[in-house]
Design a protein around this ligand. Structure first.
Ligand SMILES: Cc1cc2nc3c(=O)[nH]c(=O)nc-3n(C[C@H](O)[C@H](O)[C@H](O)COP(=O)(O)OP(=O)(O)OC[C@H]3O[C@@H](n4cnc5c(N)ncnc54)[C@H](O)[C@@H]3O)c2cc1C
Length: 308
């Protein structure tokens, strides 16, 4: 119930503008968002690399309304790629297609994503394309298939909560894709996504098994298991151990600020871990999705609000 309310509120940016004026919100936002500028994120990413963790970076923003906004997002990713190269960081961009102009038409988005992929190829960096709400699933997968030849390490995302995902995944396995498996963070109708968390968890486990199956690995599939859930992580470990998988076939991915002690513990156990760091002024939708994932965050927010 709480999750649905928060996800519905995440579509109301006016609330974000009000929240911006509340110091308690700013403090909580800082837990999940590195700061307003690319430099804020790069400093955090340097620190993560120094601790043996790989990084990913997202410039926050989605559903831009003008080509100029999409262009600004594209230029920011080009700048990030240059800085990643200059600072010799083990970091890749993870971006949203609606930030690069998908709502403005395929042409705008293809031109912007192509520019990012060209620069990524020149700087030897992999790029991951996030998955947004189900309104965009077909278009995102179609663009992924179209542009992957520009950067064979282009990654895409599948969401375990979507009923369609097993079918989509078979197509991605056929081409030996680089895939992030996440549970899914948007508000979706029950006809499209499992409403019960237990079904989502069951689906996630089945998809782990599929992504680490011998035929998927033989085709070159590489997976980022994006989760903070101990039970999902244990399932990955079990399969890796059973199948005696060497490194280079998968990684664990987590979001900056969520269970911050966990990435170091997992690298200590020999698992490759990447932490995704977000930055930017447009934090509202991202922040509300993080609140929706854990009611305790809402409690923390209101306690701070009362205190301030
Ligand atoms: C690297 C990365 C990339 C992602 N990319 C996408 C994407 O492209 N598209 C998409 O739809 N979703 C994406 N997500 C979000 C994902 O779909 C989930 O919403 C999110 O990861 C929470 O699911 P979980 O697997 O951690 O499991 P959950 O069952 O939600 O959480 C497991 C445990 O993790 C901790 N936890 C989880 N979330 C929080 C939080 N917000 N605050 C504090 N503790 C928390 C709690 O201890 C919780 O018990 C991404 C997640 C990660 C880690």
């Amino acid at each position: 119930m709480m999750r649905h309310v928060l996800l519905a509120l995440s579509m109301r940016p006016a609330i974000g503008r009000w929240m911006e004026r509340v110091p308690a919100t700013r403090r909580l936002v800082r837990r999940f968002v590195a700061g307003a500028s690319a430099e804020d994120a790069l400093v955090v990413l340097e620190g993560l690399n120094a601790r043996g963790l790989m990084g990913a970076v997202t410039y926050l923003g989605e559903n831009v309304a003008t080509p100029a906004d999409a262009e600004r997002a594209t230029q920011t990713y080009l700048h990030l790629l240059d800085e990643i190269k200059r600072r010799n960081l083990n970091v890749l961009p993870s971006l949203k297609l609606t930030h690069l102009g998908l709502d403005l038409g395929q042409q705008v988005c293809v031109a912007n994503l192509s520019a990012v992929l060209e620069r990524a190829r020149a700087t030897g960096t992999r790029v991951w394309v996030d998955m947004e709400s189900s309104v965009y699933t077909d278009r995102t997968l179609a663009l992924y298939a179209r542009l992957r030849p520009l950067n064979s390490h282009l990654g895409c995302v599948v969401q375990a909560y979507l009923r369609r995902t097993p079918t989509d995944l078979e197509r991605l396995i056929d081409v030996g894709a680089t895939v992030r498996l996440c549970k899914g963070a948007y508000r979706e109708p029950p006809a499209i996504a499992y409403p019960d968390k237990r079904d989502v968890d069951r689906a996630y486990r089945r998809l782990i098994d599929r992504l680490l199956a011998p035929d998927a690995l033989a085709r070159g599939v590489y997976t980022g298991f994006a989760t903070h859930d101990d039970r999902m992580l244990a399932h990955v470990r079990d399969r890796v151990r059973e199948r005696r998988l060497a490194g280079g076939r998968f990684e664990i991915q987590m979001l900056y600020g969520i269970r911050p002690e966990l990435p170091t513990r997992l690298t200590g156990d020999g698992l490759p871990v990447r932490v995704l760091v977000s930055f930017g002024e447009d934090w509202y939708g991202y922040f509300m999705r993080r609140l929706a994932e854990r009611p305790a965050n809402v409690l923390f927010f209101f306690k701070n609000l009362a205190r301030s």
